[in-house]
Design a binder for this molecule. Structure first.
Ligand SMILES: C[S@@+](CC[C@H](N)C(=O)[O-])C[C@H]1O[C@@H](n2cnc3c(N)ncnc32)[C@H](O)[C@@H]1O
Length: 486
């Protein structure tokens, strides 16, 4: 199978034997582990200082400034990266370099302070959602994921990264064609075939077959149609996949360009701001975009493909479209979820009563933390805090989750979740722990502390780690058992 795949790549992309050999060689190298620093919580310099003091080696990646390859000392490898305090506190996200390209190309790597409403149509596990939050700090990100089994990990990633300006929905992405022209930007990081697993094992491609790929491509096209319809005129859609084949990429884009030729245009993607990283071939394509309509529709020279042997990353495909004209909504499909009809959505979340609101603010007052510009919502026995006023989508989209879940209501009393202590450093009722203390708490032990009973924000190396509870002279972590270290 792998042979068929390589043969396909060779013929479709006009690779010489030498280039094929380089491509095959690159497939044998495991992808290097890389981390994206969450610059909403910590600067690149501070993060580097902090982890380099522990012996981590961060090496710049060929593409983005806040993503680094990471190597850790042998003796630390018994603790998984995702179990380190920096990870639990949302200071970084483990993300493959190429996979971070789509938000990068959407934003041209610039922080944009404008207030947009952005749809991340297939969002789990949340790498790109959390990256969008960095590029668009004042925007609301609607992060949609269809597969319920993928929600748990996705939610915990957004919890930990303090995604206070994101909400989650649980629709089949095709549903969004029924919500015309709501979003300024849509990211469709499409579900795709298993081609990328070629990096993992030699026979990973054994399930690769053309029929399956073409079926996936059909779904991708439908999702892209929905993305086009739900985008406001004048705004953009970024389409990406982690496959190389042309069915899931060029075919999907070209079909959309043909069907919606009056409404969308392709936006050429400059391969990378650093011309040293442009391959000559790409430069030629970019500098000589064809004026022939057919060739333009094929988009050759307008997309960005990451190649393992050229870019030294995983493989990836990205295209950008601009919606230039409003589309009549007459052809909307029947609703897939009755509840979600515009103007008739009944949310599971409710606003808090005055009494509940004052209980929450009393809690935060103890930490001298002001809830100004924060909004509180309740769902069953959970209280969620967001920094976004959700009124303008409230009756349009059924919300599945609002970030971040700060409290649970148990037996009529309020218990903070550990996330309540992760999104900002408080100025009072904090307790500073060294590595040993933190490790003990993480292993489920209680720590003797001379403090009054109550809740405290644990600080480690200046990082607000989480909320812990002090009772009868002992401090106890509130991190769920499943996240504890063995
Ligand atoms: C490539 S992954 C997304 C990765 C994610 N954007 C990230 O960066 O972490 C594609 C996701 O699409 C979801 N998916 C599959 N079919 C879908 C559909 N019809 N509508 C919305 N999402 C779908 C899959 O469950 C999967 O989580």
């Amino acid at each position: 199978m792998k042979k068929d795949f390589v043969e396909y790549i060779k013929t479709e992309f006009w690779f010489s034997d030498e280039e094929v050999a380089k491509f095959e060689e690159a497939l044998k190298r495991p992808l290097k582990k890389s981390v994206r620093i969450n610059t909403r919580k910590i600067s690149i310099e501070d993060f580097k200082k902090k982890v380099e003091a522990k012996g981590w080696i961060l090496t710049s990646t060929p593409l983005w400034k806040n993503i680094f390859y990471v190597d850790r000392p042998e003796e630390q490898l018994n603790i998984a990266l995702w179990n380190t305090p920096e990870h639990i506190s949302g200071y970084f996200y483990v993300q493959e370099v190429a996979a971070s390209s789509s938000p990068f190309y959407m934003s041209a790597d610039k922080i944009d302070d404008w207030k947009y409403i952005i749809l991340d149509m297939s969002a789990s596990p949340g790498g790109k959602t959390t990256q969008l939050l960095e590029y668009y700090p004042n925007s609301l990100i609607v992060a949609n994921e269809l597969d319920k089994s993928r929600l748990k990990w996705f939610f915990s990633n957004l919890d930990r990264m303090s995604a206070l300006k994101a909400v989650a929905t649980n629709y089949d992405g095709r549903f969004f064609k029924q919500i015309p022209e709501l979003f300024d930007k849509v990211l469709l990081d499409a579900p795709c075939s298993w081609e990328w697993t070629a990096f993992k094992t030699d026979d990973a491609l054994k399930y690769r077959n053309l029929k399956n790929i073409k079926n996936v491509a059909k779904l991708q096209f439908w999702l892209l149609e929905a993305a086009i319809k739900t985008t406001k005129p004048g705004w953009e859609i970024v389409y990406s996949t982690c496959t190389l084949n042309k069915f899931e990429n060029e075919w999907v884009i070209n079909k959309a360009l043909e069907k919606y030729w009056e409404y969308v245009e392709i936006v050429p993607i400059r391969p990378h701001p650093n011309p040293l990283l442009w391959e000559e071939r790409e430069q030629e394509q970019f500098n000589t975009p064809s004026t022939n309509k057919g060739e333009r529709a094929r988009g050759w020279g307008f997309f960005k493909r990451n190649w393992p042997h050229l870019d030294l990353t995983g493989w990836f495909f990205i295209a950008k479209l601009k919606k230039v004209k409003s589309i009549s909504t007459d052809e909307s499909l029947p609703l897939t979820r009755g509840k979600a009809r515009m103007g008739a959505v009944k949310q599971n979340f409710e606003k808090l009563s005055r009494n509940e609101e004052s209980l929450v603010s009393d809690f935060f007052n103890k930490f001298w933390y002001d809830l100004k510009w924060k909004y509180l919502y309740k769902y069953k026995d959970e209280i969620h805090l967001t920094s976004e006023n959700l009124n303008y989508i409230w009756d349009k989209i059924f919300l599945y989750k609002i970030w971040v879940n700060i409290w649970n209501i148990k037996d009529n009393s309020f218990v903070p979740t550990y996330y309540a202590g992760t999104f900002e450093k408080f100025s009072k009722n904090t307790v500073v722990l060294d590595k040993d203390g933190l490790d003990k708490l993480l292993q489920g032990f209680e720590l003797e502390q001379n403090l009054e009973d109550g809740y405290y924000q644990v600080i480690h190396e200046d990082i607000p780690v989480w909320i812990a509870k002090q009772k009868n002279g002992m401090l106890k972590s509130m991190v769920p058992t499943k996240m504890m270290r063995k």
